[in-house]
Design a protein around this ligand. Structure first.
Ligand code: SAM
Length: 301
């Protein structure tokens, strides 16, 4: 994890076409600011999202596509795969520090995109090859490899379902989320941040590595728009208590009550669709969920 990571100087310097080729043309020297694909430039242009208020107030008004959901410490990407067909017009990024996991997820997404174009209902031999090669590589890691069952490709009611015509809207990025998050996202750009089954870092001297801390909450509040939501779930009660105490104390977040959460379509994915969440369920562990809404900053009114 000490390998240096590349960061853009500012969000407009990031070439999002690498992650979402169906949505962005590459940055070029003569075209310094990124542009979304024009409607005539690609068959995928039909899927270009209609943007909400954040885009119209953004400093670069030419941007009509932008990432809105970020999965912090996304691991194998089960959340993104589940959310992609649920929010087909929303760009989402998984942010993960571990190279092997990012490589895995990028190939998983490429395979899903290939699948969508083939419109096949059975796993292609190429996809089975990708899965088996990556499973072997990932076996060397200390995080559990995903189930050998090809969950993306089997609708068993619990796991992600393959929906033809989707998955161009999800991508994986290698990043240490504790550094330079605002280099990737403008103020108020995101509408959802997911922090699911984060590493607990039990020892006191390791608490600074926790993904929820006062410093990190200030960054999440910056990149989240008012009304945006932080979703946090863990199986570790100590981490839950820590996270809730920090979020409760942070002036720009208010807790969302359980009744309201019942009607949020993202919640079943948050609880059930990540690889870590599935492992906790298999082991019959408890899951502790807390979601917070970003409130308006009085200084911005
Ligand atoms: N959210 C996924 C899930 O529920 O299956 C993965 C959970 S796993 C326990 C925590 C993940 O967070 C690991 O993949 C780890 O590499 C990643 N992670 C930890 N610290 C990070 C950081 N500073 N930046 C990015 N990713 C990080």
């Amino acid at each position: 994890n000490d390998v240096p990571l590349d960061y853009p100087i500012s969000p407009s310097e990031e070439d999002w076409s690498n992650l979402y080729p169906a949505y962005f043309r590459p940055l070029t020297a003569t075209e310094p600011s990124k542009r979304p694909l024009s409607p005539s430039s690609s068959a995928a242009a039909d899927t270009l999202p209609k943007r909400g208020p954040a885009a119209s107030t953004a400093s670069d008004d030419s941007l009509s596509a932008q990432v809105e959901f970020a999965d912090i410490g996304c691991g194998y990407g089960g959340l993104l795969v589940a959310l992609a067909p649920l929010y087909p017009n929303t760009l989402m990024v998984g942010m993960e520090i571990r190279t092997k996991l990012v490589d895995y997820l990028q190939q998983r997404i490429e395979a899903l995109r290939g699948f969508q174009h083939d419109l096949l209902k059975t796993p292609s031999p190429e996809w089975v090859d990708v899965r088996s090669k990556l499973s072997q590589e990932i076996a060397a890691l200390d995080h559990p490899a995903p189930s050998t069952q090809d969950e993306d490709l089997h609708d068993n009611g619990e796991t992600a379902r393959l929906v033809p015509g989707h998955y161009d809207n999800i991508a994986a990025m290698r990043i240490n989320c504790q550094k330079y998050l605002p280099n990737f996202f403008k103020k108020g750009q995101l509408s959802k941040i997911f922090i699911l089954f984060a590493d607990p870092h039990f020892k006191r001297r390791k608490h600074k590595a926790r993904i929820i801390s006062s410093t990190m909450l200030a960054e999440y509040a910056y990149v989240l728009r008012p009304g945006g939501i932080v979703y946090m779930i863990t199986d570790v009660k100590d981490l839950y208590d820590w996270s809730v105490s920090h979020l409760d104390a942070f002036p720009l977040f208010e807790r969302i009550d359980d009744e309201t959460l019942k009607s949020d379509p993202a919640i079943p994915c948050v609880v059930n669709s990540t690889e870590e969440g599935k492992k906790v369920a298999r082991n019959k562990g408890s899951k502790y969920l807390a979601c917070y809404r970003r409130i308006e900053d009085p200084a911005d009114i």
